[in-house]
Design a protein around this ligand. Structure first.
Ligand code: OAD
Length: 246
């Protein structure tokens, strides 16, 4: 922990990669954990182009529920701590796999949403975009006037990541001195490769209550929840942890 804090204190370039675990303490389920979304739902039905082609209404019903849950949730202390970290680092990039907009709502400015977001629906044929409110997209409005179908503007399995966003994430990772991986099982690619394949000389630290696919390959593992650990890290950077002791 001490080496990590020192590296972070001196780093000019930092990349943070987050996954659904950072939103767990905001009340949103992860994908693969206990009670996770992929434990009870079929990925290929809900998060693939083939599933959408088969039953767009089922897919929208599910994403409308998730969209409503995202909007009911509030950013937690982990999201806020990353905003505080951003103000301390000259070259800061937060790459998230989450589509819940909680980093944006917390106030992170240098944000790359690798898997898109649920704020927008997009036409499969003409790319027309429509902002979603808390009601999402009513089933009666799935068909677009051009003959295409409105779909969530997120990345499904088998699809490429938004190319400009991905490129920026790779470039930031290549120049990063510290990479912090928070709340992701690190099994979904290419996002997981940011912490392994694309990192050059970076010191990589992981915050996760459980072991992940990359735990053995990182320089420092902080076993704990995001909402507890990230504010502690910021307090350490401020020197507060040196004075606030019992
Ligand atoms: P996973 O469900 O695979 O992993 C969630 C991780 O969060 C696990 O490693 C947990 O141990 C950890 N975790 C749980 N509670 C936590 C807490 N309070 N603080 C910190 N960590 C905690 O979710 P992701 O890694 O985000 O993609 O999954 C990656 C992608 O797979 C998602 O973006 C989604 C999914 O399918 C798409 O839908 C395209």
């Amino acid at each position: 922990m001490r080496e990590f804090i020192e590296r972070l204190r001196n780093a000019r370039s930092v990349v943070v990669l987050t996954g659904s675990g950072i939103s767990a303490e905001s009340g949103l389920p992860t994908f693969r954990g206990v009670g996770g979304l992929w434990r009870t739902h079929r990925v290929e039905e809900l998060a693939s182009p083939a599933g959408f082609a088969r039953d767009p209404e089922l897919v929208w019903t599910w994403y409308n529920e998730r969209n409503a849950a995202h909007r009911r949730a509030q950013p937690n202390a982990g999201h806020h701590a990353l905003v505080a970290l951003e103000t301390r680092v000259p070259d800061f990039t937060l790459a998230t796999q989450n589509v819940d907009s909680l980093h944006l709502r917390a106030g992170t400015r240098s944000l790359l949403e690798l898997h898109g977001s649920l704020r927008v629906a997009r036409c499969t044929r003409c790319d027309h975009e429509r902002a979603l409110d808390e009601h999402g997209l009513p089933p009666s409005e799935i068909e677009h006037a051009c003959g295409g179908l409105m779909r969530p503007d997120i990345v499904w399995f088998g699809e490429p990541l938004p190319q400009a966003t991905w490129r920026r994430a790779v470039e930031a990772t290549e120049r990063a001195e510290v990479i912090l991986v928070v709340g992701t099982s690190a099994v979904v690619y290419p996002a997981a490769a940011l912490a392994t394949r694309y990192a050059r000389d970076a010191f990589v630290a992981e915050i996760n209550p459980e072991a992940t696919a990359i735990s053995e390959r990182v320089g420092c593992v902080l076993r704990g929840s995001a909402a507890e650990t990230l504010p502690r890290i910021v307090a350490e950077l401020d020197g507060a942890a040196d004075t606030l002791r019992v």
